[in-house]
Design a protein around this ligand. Structure first.
Ligand code: FES
Length: 163
């Protein structure tokens, strides 16, 4: 038997503690699944299986329904995401100005495909349609920064700014 003052339960991480708080707040509120999933994803950066199980259990919603919602909406992610999200525009204006070459160069440089994350979790690469900066085509966004009039040669220097 343990003689220390612990409760015998494993200590909760800060993230787990925030999830417990979130679930305590919403446990009795009907129709909160999507906002709870959004906040849980804010906490963890994605939605691990254990978190989905806990959400289902605490909100008394079938786990299959929780997965149904998570897989239906593209805003939810079941795998870890990079610290930096690169969105490469493949809309028409960017496409005609070489957006596909930018995308191919990033795939090669990062050794990932569309929607994938580098093994060091530094970058996630995603292709998107027009991001509303067609005058700067070809354009990428890294997190909230827009980088326009790109050439494949400029990419290495840009990526170096993001840890
Ligand atoms: S098509 Fe790329 S920003 Fe509009």
């Amino acid at each position: 038997m343990c003689n220390c003052s612990c409760t015998g339960e494993p200590a909760l991480s800060e993230k787990d503690r925030r999830l417990v708080e979130l679930l305590n707040k919403y446990r009795t509120v009907p129709g909160v699944l999507i906002p709870v999933l959004q906040e849980a994803q804010e906490i963890y950066g994605y939605l691990p299986a254990e978190v989905l199980q806990k959400v289902a259990r605490e909100l008394q919603i079938p786990l299959a329904k929780v997965y149904g919602v998570v897989t239906f909406y593209s805003q939810f992610h079941l795998k870890p995401r990079g610290r930096n999200i690169i969105r490469v525009c493949l809309g028409t204006a960017c496409h005609v100005r070489g957006g596909d070459k930018i995308f191919a160069a990033l795939q090669k440089e990062l050794a990932v495909d569309d929607g994938e994350t580098t093994t060091d979790l530094r970058f996630t690469l995603e292709s998107v349609a027009c991001i509303g900066a067609c005058g700067l085509a070809p354009v990428i966004m890294i997190n909230h920064d827009t980088h326009g009039r790109l050439t494949p040669e400029k990419l290495t220097g840009i990526l170096a700014k993001y840890e």
